[in-house]
Every structure is written in C-alpha cells, then in structure tokens.
Design a protein. Structure first.
Ligand code: SF4
Ligand code: SF4
Length: 95
C-alpha cells in the first residue's frame, strides 16, 4: 500500500513487491512452459544452480542430485544457462 497526498492508501501497481519474503506466497510454477531436467552423470555437484535460481526452488537431494520444486519453478532457464557442466536441459512441462 502507498499513501496519497490526502493520506488515503491505495494498492500498488500489479507486479510490485512491497514486502520482503512474500514470494513464498506466490506460486510461480504455472508461469512457465519449461522445466529443468538434471543429468546426474554430467553434474559435478558445484551447487551453482541452487544458489542462482531466482525462485530459490532448487533442492540438493543427495550427491550430484538436484530437483526443482515445480510449484515455484517458472521455467526461466537461468539454472541451465549458469550450469558449468551443461547438466541441465529445459524441457516442456508435463501437465
Ligand atoms: S549447476 Fe550444474 S553441475 Fe552444478 S550442481 Fe547444478 S546441475 Fe550440477
Ligand atoms: S528454470 Fe528458473 S525458476 Fe526453474 S529451477 Fe531453473 S532457475 Fe529456478
């Protein structure tokens, strides 16, 4: 909410994040049409994907095994671009 000159509060424009931590309430998974597929054979376990994902939705399951939480993965491919081992490919989401 932002205050006007008369002191009234009005809603912020759509897309503006006004409170920290609110992304957990916004399930961004349905935004995308692609999802990352992790190749365990190529993965070096560097953890870059987990750190760089803007949604913070990549989980490290066990050695060289990662997965993205599809409730929040928006298919942006940042992880695939950043992976130094070329171990992530983007594929169409299966609905
Ligand atoms: S960025 Fe690539 S190599 Fe590094 S942990 Fe993720 S999938 Fe594995
Ligand atoms: S595609 Fe984007 S949102 Fe999904 S796991 Fe990769 S970096 Fe995160």
């Amino acid at each position: 909410m932002t205050a006007t000159k008369k002191g009234k509060r009005r809603k912020p424009p759509l897309g503006i994040v006004t409170r920290p931590g609110s992304s957990l309430r916004n399930k961004t998974g349905p935004w995308g049409i692609l999802s990352p597929v992790f190749d365990r054979e190529k993965c070096t376990g560097c953890n870059t994907c987990e750190v760089i994902c803007p949604e913070g939705c990549i989980r490290h399951l066990e050695k060289k095994q990662y997965e993205a939480d599809m409730e929040f993965c928006k298919g942006c491919a940042v992880c695939a671009e950043a992976c130094p081992a070329d171990a992530i490919t983007m594929e169409e989401k299966r609905l």
